[in-house]
Design a protein around this ligand. Structure first.
Ligand code: SF4
Length: 373
């Protein structure tokens, strides 16, 4: 398959792994931001090709995983609201809130529907003017333009029965929060290629300089990921800390100007709660004043919903790269994809799901981990 096979090429992969080995003279910890990259690393065993000195740390780039419990509870409250249809992507359906998940809300009579696009929800609102349709708008900068488009289309169609529950998150403030934490052990980042396809990478330049940390824009296939690691290692070894684009076939420096303009017309930065990470200033997207009548939280009197995160699930530490899934006592026992205790075990991009799928039979290592370092 063009644009896939050549980036899974065994010879190219081996060549890059050797180059990383030659370039590495001391330990480096590199965080891949995106859960899609984590899954590719596990699926293709890329971490096993690296020299001992290179540690890959899995980052918070799974939008389902970082959606806070309180926001799931708000979605469940909306789904149970008389006359409301709550539309969501499939991944969100089984993410535990503080009491139940969206599938549970549906079983109790809530109208919860799975959609593939926010425009499906707009279409539903047009077809059912007697119902209030709410779209659960989660995701990083990659999905925000489509959600902005849905809001604009709803207004163009004159729909007063469509709104969104915005739970968008932005990558650069999260990277800064990770780098600013006292226990941070990240020496370099692989930035998420699809986010940069939309946003470009100029936002990362001040971060790389301020924290003296290399940031390499990286894709999702084995050759892409190893190329990103090689660029990062070369910077670390030579004492440089800049932004490099190792995903040129998709990413331009300025990103996609049309998508950015759409996003910036409808949304503005806002404080955002992250599961396990707490509130990060400027790390979310709220509807601008001109579009606020599409804000589900304003349209419905949800009251003051508060929620506690599970005390058993250590997803907060996993999302910060402080622990690995195998270090969670519930991993593979009380927490499985069939019976998840936390979002990282549910999501197709979650780190716990990746380890469960590709590493759960790995021999336990010294220190008790059932996963590779
Ligand atoms: S294994 Fe389950 S309980 Fe443990 S951190 Fe992952 S999602 Fe949470």
């Amino acid at each position: 398959m063009k644009f896939v096979d050549e980036y899974r090429d065994a010879e190219g992969t081996a060549r890059l792994a050797e180059a990383i080995g030659r370039a590495t003279t001391r330990p480096h910890a590199i965080m891949e931001i995106c859960g899609g990259q984590t899954h590719a690393i596990m699926r293709f065993g890329l971490d096993t090709l690296l020299p001992d000195g290179i540690t890959l740390i899995h980052g918070p780039g799974c939008p389902v995983c970082v959606t806070p419990v309180v926001q799931i509870d708000r979605a469940i409250a909306l789904a149970s609201w008389p006359g409301v249809v709550l539309c969501s992507f499939g991944d969100m359906m089984r993410v535990p809130g503080s009491g139940q998940d969206l599938l549970g809300a549906r079983a109790r009579g809530g109208d919860v529907r799975m959609v593939y696009s926010p425009l499906d929800a707009v279409r539903l609102a047009k077809e059912q003017p007697e119902r209030q349709v709410v779209f659960f708008a989660i995701g990083f900068e990659t999905t925000a333009p489509a959600n902005a488009l849905a809001v604009k289309q709803a207004r163009a169609l004159g729909l007063d029965n469509f709104s969104i529950l915005s739970s968008h998150v932005l990558v650069p403030p999260a990277m800064e929060a990770i780098l600013g934490a006292p226990d941070c052990r990240v020496n370099g980042f692989l930035a998420a290629g699809h986010v940069c396809t939309v946003m470009g990478f100029t936002q990362y330049e001040p971060i790389a300089v301020r924290y003296r940390t290399p940031i390499v824009v990286t894709g999702f296939e084995p050759v892409d990921i190893l190329q990103g690691i090689l660029c990062c290692v070369r910077q670390l070894e030579s004492g440089r800390a800049g932004v490099e684009n190792a995903y040129r076939r998709s990413v331009q420096r300025e990103g996609n100007p049309s998508a950015r303009a759409l996003l910036e017309e409808v949304f503005e930065p806002a404080p955002q709660q992250w599961r396990g990470l707490g509130e990060i200033p400027g790390s979310g997207l709220a509807l601008r004043a001109a579009w606020r009548d599409f804000d589900a939280c304003r349209r419905f009197e949800l009251g003051d919903i508060t929620a506690e995160e599970s005390t058993e699930c250590i997803s907060g530490q996993i999302l910060q790269g402080l622990k690995r899934p195998g270090e969670c006592p519930a991993f593979g026992t009380r927490c499985t994809p069939e019976h998840p205790l936390g979002a990282p075990m549910v999501s197709g991009e979650g780190a716990c799901a990746a380890y469960y799928r590709y590493r759960r039979n790995a021999a336990p290592e010294a220190g008790g981990e059932g996963v590779s370092p």
